[in-house]
Design a protein around this ligand. Structure first.
Ligand code: GLU
Length: 415
């Protein structure tokens, strides 16, 4: 079965929300499409002396509420429609968290696993050389996403600063700490997710100290999700996975030891005293909390009815197809939708922007406290809205976000 086109999914979700809100079709017509998109060709000198031309995108979806914000992905399967969907979701995510920001996303079709550090640096700089006129601290602020990291952000910030002739730390977030990064940005996506899971556990009467957890994906979000599950709440991590496969251990895994193993061997699989399972098996395990933290479209109509978790916390963007959503809702799985569950990343990115503007930096405790406050308020407004309208948590998140963006558009006189 072919996977659904992610942008069509994003448009369908918006249309459903428009029906609930009885939104003026003229307004919906504006919201259904990106405001602006750039397609760029990026020539990079490779280590063997040849030049390779990579394709890149930046989609600025809607800036009614402020400068656009969103990460840059380096991925071999990147498509413009994926980037469009992710840019739309950033718009709703920022609005849901009540950040003074719009939404954007960037992507480059490349396989960073096969590239040297020098080639990655060349690509990062080439990307900024192509888009610099369209981004900026008060226009559009990129950040890390799948297969990009603080080092990539540092190169990009440096390139932008060189081109514009002044240090502009605020052009990008997710930077290393010594270059204007924020304390607490590294684990922010997972930590924000866990604050929402903490609230969801109360709603579902789950005792987190006795809860079992499975995490799909072991990149930044997945690793920290496993690590914080144990260190913050004392949960037992029984399974984790990465693109090569998964591991299961009923007695519980040590997330840090698994990460060391992955750094050494390239994968979590073959970690001592574990059973090898597939990514598909992991999703269907009998656990209290399932955390998809990898890529999109993994919970589909095919496996949704086999999901046994009580809470499905979407740290990945777009892990669930619309048909699967209906099945999970009918089966009573408490889904914490991506717009809410993974919004901790952009919330702390916003804190990073504020600190860059002020040239004054907060400690980790301050960041954690502010993140907790923001995301916990958002969780409860989504939960209340879902109960009030009798709709699922994703639709509730959309209702809140779209109402806020539409209000901004009206006040600005756009509609
Ligand atoms: N890439 C992250 C996301 O999907 C963070 C974006 C940001 O920090 O701007 O939310």
């Amino acid at each position: 079965m072919s996977k659904p086109n992610l942008f069509e999914v994003a448009q369908w979700q918006l249309d459903e929300c428009a029906k609930i809100l009885k939104l003026d079709p003229n307004v919906n017509a504006i919201l259904r499409v990106p405001m602006r998109e750039l397609h760029v060709s990026l020539p990079v000198r490779m280590d063997d002396g040849t030049i390779r031309v990579f394709r890149g995108f930046r989609v600025q979806y809607n800036d009614a509420k402020g400068p656009t914000k969103g990460g840059i992905r380096f991925h071999p399967n990147e498509t413009i429609d994926t980037v469009r969907a992710l840019a739309a979701w950033m718009t709703w995510k920022c609005a849901l968290l009540d950040l003074p920001l719009g939404g954007a996303k960037g992507g480059v079709i490349c396989n960073p696993k096969e590239m040297s550090q020098a080639e990655l640096e060349g690509l990062s700089r080439a990307y900024i050389q192509s888009v610099w006129q369209f981004i900026g601290p008060d226009k559009d602020i990129p950040a890390p996403d799948v297969y990009t990291n603080p080092q990539v952000m540092a190169w990009m910030m440096d390139e932008y600063s060189k081109i514009t002739g002044k240090n502009q730390f605020g052009v990008i977030t997710g930077k290393p700490l010594s270059l204007g990064g924020s304390a607490g940005r590294d684990d922010a996506t997972a930590r924000g997710g866990w604050y929402t899971i903490r609230e969801a556990a109360k709603e579902c009467s789950i005792d987190l100290k006795k809860a079992t957890v499975a995490v799909q994906g072991y990149g930044n979000a997945g690793y920290y999700a496993a690590y914080l599950a144990k260190s913050l709440f004392g949960c037992k991590i029984v399974a984790v996975s990465d693109s090569k496969g998964g591991i299961f251990c009923r007695q519980g895994l040590d997330p840090e030891a698994v990460r060391e193993h992955k750094t050494k061997t390239g994968s979590v699989i073959n970690f001592p005293n574990t059973k090898t399972i597939s990514n598909g098996d992991l999703l269907e395990l009998e656990v209290d909390i399932l955390i998809p933290a990898g890529l999109e479209n993994v919970i589909t109509e095919k496996n949704a009815s086999n999901i046994k978790a009580k809470i499905d916390a979407e740290l990945a963007n777009g892990p669930t197809t619309p048909k699967a959503d209906d099945i999970l809702y009918k089966n009573g799985v408490h889904v914490i939708p991506d717009l809410l569950c993974n919004a901790g990343g952009v919330a702390v990115s916003y804190f990073e922007m504020v600190q860059n503007f002020y040239m004054h930096y907060w400690d980790e405790k301050e960041v954690h406290h502010r993140l907790d406050k923001k995301i916990t308020v958002a969780y409860h407004s989504v939960l209340d809205t879902s109960k009030k309208y009798n709709i699922n948590m994703r639709q509730a998140a959309y209702v809140i976000a779209v109402e806020r963006v539409v209000e901004a558009m009206k006040l600005r006189g756009w509609v």
